[in-house]
Ligand binder design. Structure first.
Ligand SMILES: [Zn+2]
Length: 306
């Protein structure tokens, strides 16, 4: 759609002026609202839309400039784990409608809020190690991003990928079938590589040469590891940089999952990421509206002294 080219320019204009704040976790927030292990989080777009709306509103109120749709696992291959392939269109459509509704309800905030279509990995293994064909992966993402564009997301964020071949296919599917801005983000562990052994530099070089509008790292570990990853990316990157750390690595304490990184620590790292030149900063698993609020305050303070 032609309008998406205009939105792409608008987002780039804003990114050239200041860092944009993304929202925090969706999955772990849904768990606090009662999502059970083994349940499909994206199915809640149909069965619990009011919960998703509320989470988006909390993030908008906390200061997020970009909210991510609850569509991380809403591609056909991922939904097939839950027997929900036939609901793929409905789940993606309602996710975007919910995000728009949340923005409308928070009109008081006045600033422009962008909707990022979240797209995650299939969780399956590609040929030759597994039996998933690259053409199936391409088609899987093509179907999802075309719907997300049609219903009205402003950009696509490919996140939590670890297989370079898979994210390349997702990027290609988005570039060839939509006019949306697309950011590609991978997950790195303490060794500063993805579990498939992809280095930050390699990810940047390959994905930027294939036309991604931005590159980054999310999930897996906390801000300190991702800071090292982003430093490596910054050295070779020519595009926008994104980071969404987890609130640390979860610990199992007295039967509860606890994420150790506080809003204050995330805010301190936000400052470090800004100084490094990271353009889009948000949170992944374990982050909450409180983390995003602390990060928002830090960004505002930084803009005042800049
Ligand atoms: Zn995560």
């Amino acid at each position: 759609m032609k309008a998406d080219i205009i939105i792409k320019e608008e987002i780039k204009k804003q990114l050239n002026k200041r860092p944009l704040l993304l929202d925090g976790a969706m999955g772990t927030m849904l768990q606090t609202y009662g999502l059970k292990p083994g349940e499909c989080p994206e199915e809640w777009n149909i069965s619990h839309p009011q919960v998703i709306t509320k989470i988006h509103q909390e993030y908008i109120n906390a200061g997020a400039d970009i909210i991510l749709t609850n569509t991380f696992g809403a591609s056909k291959i991922k939904l097939s784990n839950f027997g929900l392939v036939n609901d793929m269109v409905k789940i993606n459509e309602s996710a975007v409608k919910i995000a728009k509704e949340a923005i409308n309800k928070e009109r008081g905030s006045k600033k422009r809020i962008f909707i990022g279509g979240s797209v995650g990995p299939t969780g399956k293994i590609l040929e030759p190690y597994g039996d998933l064909k690259i053409s199936e992966v391409y088609k899987n993402y093509q179907e999802q991003v075309v719907i997300l564009e049609k219903v009205g997301v402003d950009l696509i964020i490919l996140e939590t990928f670890y297989d370079l071949e898979e994210i390349r296919a997702a990027l290609k599917a988005t570039k060839e079938n939509t006019n949306l801005m697309v950011i590609a983000s991978l997950t790195f562990d303490q060794n500063l590589k993805t579990i498939y052994g992809v280095s930050p530099e390699k990810a940047v070089t390959v994905l930027e040469s294939e036309g991604t509008d931005g590159i980054g790292a999310n999930c897996g570990t906390g801000p300190e590891v991702l800071y090292e990853v982003l430093k490596m990316m910054k050295k070779v990157s020519q595009t926008y940089l994104l980071v969404e750390p987890n609130a640390g690595i979860p610990e199992f304490i007295e039967g509860k999952i606890i994420y150790p990184v506080s809003p204050k620590i995330m805010a301190d790292y936000t400052e470090k990421f800004i100084q490094l030149g990271v353009n889009m900063i948000g949170g992944c698993c374990g982050t909450t509206p409180l983390h995003i609020k602390a990060m928002s305050d830090k960004i505002k303070n930084n803009l005042m002294v800049m």
